[in-house]
Structures are given as structure tokens and as C-alpha cells.
Design a protein around this ligand. Structure first.
Ligand code: UD1
Ligand code: MG
Length: 432
């Protein structure tokens, strides 16, 4: 294996070690700080339990802070050879990585400032999202305002992308090439697209939520699959031009996995803590950071398919066509101890407008919704539009941990299929 490894392996070992430290620090800090968070008012009721007791919320804040400290401590590691070379005035061929030119037998060294800029901009973005996420957990920012929180956090990334990489053209699929050519420059639209991903990813994780552990397990699956994708580029028999950006991605994903597994230990059913919006935003932004700066944002889109489905499915409620209650999480049936789909109630006075009523009936026929009507055909209730409720419509009532496991398994299968599409099928569409 070591023979086929491309790139500089030593910083990766440091990153693994720091991720282990991040795991243990997060694990114990969540235990210690739980009561402190409760005292500060950061708590929530676990709604799907017999005894509705309050537990600490916003524990993602601890993850974010430990994570940031670890990636900051890590900054010198990927650069140590460059730092040594820069301070020793060059000369040593083993040490100098970025040789600019050879002058009188000396290798002049050029420090990779752009690599450092990517690194620092990633940290700034993640720091901003952590700040804003904690703000949201403290003050419950309005929905339409928090939608744009990640757009601000993505600015440093987009600037570095512009200065450093600047590619705004996309490869055209084979059937369209006669009309559009091989590459299509979409210019500033490419930045709009990246900004849209930055808004989408964190929010989509936040709305696929509401049962113990699900926010963390979906994030872990996405992070593991992204890391797997990175490894495909690192362990090749030949050097790949993208080696450096995939190493960069691993440096950010490994500590994220460290803090996430620690959080999962406390948040898995029956949860002892809640993750809070901070974790959801932070996780989503970690994916955005690595995929934009690693130049594989389309791969991220493939891994977010369940989240994209959940968002599209949620759209009628998110955009107000159908009333959206504050919480849409599945309903706990205290008698059976199982989760059932939660519903939006309709009264005889307040019925959906005819086209919407028609659409609701159609969705019911397609088994994409459960509609209950009274004898006169008036709407009594419709299930809430989330993938968790839909899953319960399909599978019947389930225990909370069972539902979380099934959704996580689905995320894994869909994600693996996404990677397969990326690596095998894409060749058919894009290469001759
Ligand atoms: C999002 C969802 C909302 C869902 C909520 C659950 C949208 C538009 N918003 O809102 O429908 O109900 O997440 O997280 O889709 N909770 C549990 N068990 C859990 C996790 C959370 O009971 O396993 C409850 C707790 O009371 C907790 C609260 O949900 O305090 C957290 O909700 P919050 O993250 O503030 O909701 P939003 O992200 O605004
Ligand atoms: Mg939330």
C-alpha cells in the first residue's frame, strides 16, 4: 500500500493523531459541559420518549470549537518541509518541494502561499459558520434569515477559488458537444452555483433531523464517503494531478470524523444530548469547504442525493403552499412506543385550494404521502413532507433507533451509488 501512496504521508499521520485527540477531547468535554449548557438555558425536550425530559442542546458547539482548535494546531504540518526550506535558504534537494529555479547550483525555494491561503480561508469559513450557528441556537434566528447564513461564510472560499483556481467552465456531456463544444464557460454562474451549494448543504442537513442520532450519522456517512473518494486519488499506481487537493480534503475530514463520532456516542438513541443547529451547519460547511477547495463540488452533490430529495419533497411546506408547523419530526405513539408519521391537520373551514387538493390526492395515490379524509371527502390531515415521515408511511411505525439505522443505511447505499456514478458512469457521458 505504501508503495502506491501518492503525496506526502507524514502530515496525514499527524492529522490522524490529532483526530484521535479531537475524539477524546470532544467525548469528555460533552460529558463535563452538559450541566453547564443546561444552566445557560441551552436545553431541549426529547419529544419521542415516554419521559419527556430536558437534555443539553447545542453540543455541536463543542465539536466546532475542538475541531477548529485541532485544524489550527495542524496548520504548520503540511508546510513543515516548505518552512524548513524557506528558512534554511534552500539548497537541500530532499527538503525543497516547490523549486522555482536553480541558481548557481542552489535550489531557490518558493513557499506555496496559495496552498496556505486555501487552508486559512477554509478555517475562516468554518469559524464564521460556527459563530452564526451558535447564534442561531441561542436566539432562534428566523428561517428566512438563517437560509443565508452560509452564503456569508462561503465568501472567503470563493475569493480563494477565484484567485487560485478560477476555472468556471464545465465539461459538456458527449451528446451536447456538437452544439456547445467540449468545454462551456459559464462564468459568474459558476460562483452562483458554488454559493448555492454552500447555502444548500448546511440547511439540508438541518432539515433532515428530529430523531436521535440522524444529524450525526448522515454527516458521518457523507464524510466517510468523501474520504473514500479522496483515497481513490491518493492510492493510485501513478501520480494524479489532484493528489494535493485530496490530501487537503482529508486533513479537514479526519478531525471532523473524530469530533462527530464523539458526539454520536452521546447523541445516539436514547440521546443524552442534542446536537443543535451549530452541528448541522458546521457539518454542511465542512463538506462545502473540502469540495470547493478540492474542486470536486459535483461529487458532493451526488453524495447529498437523500438531502436533495428531502429538500424538494419539503418544498411545499418550506415555501408555504401547505402549512408548516414549527416541528415536523415523526410523532411518538406513547402506547406502542413507536414513531408514526406526523401530520398537518386540516379543519372543515381551512381546506387546501382545489389544485393543491388535487396534487395531494395524486401524491397519496403514488404512495408519496398519506392523506386522511372524512366521509364528505374533506381533508382531515396530511403527513408532513419529510423523508423521515415518508419512510414511516412506507414501512409502517418503527422504533426511533430502527428508523435512524434504516435512513443511515439508505444514505450509505445511495452515496456509494453516487461514487460509482462519479467514477464509472461519468466516463461514458464525458469521455469518448
Ligand atoms: C428542523 C426542522 C423541524 C424539525 C427539527 C428537529 C424543518 C423546516 N425544520 O427545525 O421540522 O422538527 O429540525 O430537529 O424541517 N428534537 C427531538 N429529538 C431529536 C432531535 C431534536 O425531540 O432527536 C427536538 C428537541 O426538542 C430539540 C429540537 O428538536 O430541542 C431542536 O429543533 P431545532 O434544531 O431548533 O429545529 P430546526 O432546526 O429549526
Ligand atoms: Mg436543527
Amino acid at each position: 500500500l505504501a508503495n502506491t501512496f501518492q503525496g506526502d504521508g507524514e502530515p496525514l499521520i499527524a492529522s490522524l493523531a490529532l483526530s484521535g485527540i479531537a475524539f477524546s477531547a470532544t467525548y469528555s468535554m460533552i460529558r463535563w459541559l452538559g450541566p453547564t449548557f443546561m444552566k445557560a438555558g441551552l436545553k431541549g425536550v426529547d419529544m419521542s420518549k415516554h419521559h419527556k425530559k430536558e437534555i443539553p442542546e447545542c453540543m455541536g458547539g463543542i465539536c466546532a470549537i475542538v475541531y477548529l482548535m485541532v485544524v489550527i494546531v495542524f496548520v504548520p504540518f503540511p508546510f513543515y518541509k516548505d518552512i524548513v526550506a524557506a528558512t534554511s535558504g534552500g539548497g537541500n534537494r530532499d527538503v525543497v518541494l516547490h523549486v522555482e529555479h536553480v541558481e548557481q547550483g542552489r535550489f531557490l525555494h518558493r513557499f506555496p502561499h496559495s496552498k496556505l491561503a486555501s487552508y486559512l480561508s477554509a478555517i475562516i469559513s468554518l469559524q464564521s459558520i460556527a459563530l452564526l450557528g451558535i447564534g442561531d441556537d441561542l436566539f432562534d434566528i428566523r428561517w428566512r434569515h438563517k437560509l443565508f447564513i452560509p452564503a456569508f461564510a462561503s465568501i472567503p472560499l470563493l475569493v480563494v477559488y477565484f484567485v487560485d483556481f478560477g476555472v468556471t467552465s464545465i465539461v459538456v456531456p458527449l451528446p451536447l458537444r456538437p452544439y456547445l463544444g467540449e468545454l462551456l464557460n459559464v462564468g459568474f454562474l459558476y460562483y452562483a452555483y458554488m454559493c448555492a451549494i454552500a447555502i444548500f448543504s448546511p440547511n439540508s442537513i438541518n432539515i433532515l433531523a428530529g430523531i436521535n442520532g440522524i444529524e450525526v450519522t448522515q454527516s458521518i456517512v457523507i464524510a466517510v464517503l468523501l474520504a473514500l473518494n479522496d483515497c481513490l486519488y491518493l492510492f493510485t499506481p501513478y501520480p494524479h494531478p489532484a493528489t494535493d487537493s485530496h490530501l487537503f480534503s482529508l486533513y479537514f475530514l479526519l478531525p471532523f470524523l473524530g469530533v462527530s463520532f464523539a458526539l454520536l456516542c452521546h447523541n445516539w438513541y436514547p440521546a443524552k444530548v442534542f446536537v443543535g443547529d451549530t452541528y448541522c451547519y458546521f457539518a454542511g460547511m465542512v463538506f462545502v469547504v473540502v469540495s470547493i477547495l478540492g474542486h470536486f463540488s459535483k461529487t458532493l452533490v451526488l453524495l447529498l442525493i437523500p438531502q436533495i430529495f428531502n429538500f424538494i419533497y419539503s418544498a411545499p411546506q418550506l415555501f408555504g403552499l401547505i402549512p408548516c408547523p414549527r416541528h415536523r419530526l415523526p410523532k411518538f405513539n406513547a402506547r406502542t412506543g413507536l414513531l408514526e408519521p406526523s401530520v398537518t391537520p386540516w379543519t372543515p373551514e381551512r381546506q387546501p385550494k382545489p389544485p393543491i387538493a388535487w396534487a395531494l390526492h395524486l401524491l397519496h395515490k403514488l404512495k408519496l404521502l398519506r392523506v386522511t379524509t372524512d366521509k364528505e371527502g374533506k381533508f382531515v390531515s396530511t403527513t408532513n413532507f419529510t423523508i423521515l415521515n415518508l419512510w414511516l408511511v412506507w414501512r409502517g411505525p418503527l422504533k426511533e433507533n430502527r428508523l435512524a439505522m434504516e435512513i443511515t443505511a439508505m444514505q450509505t447505499v445511495v452515496g456509494l451509488f453516487g461514487l460509482f456514478v462519479r467514477h464509472k458512469l461519468a466516463l461514458l457521458v464525458f469521455k469518448e
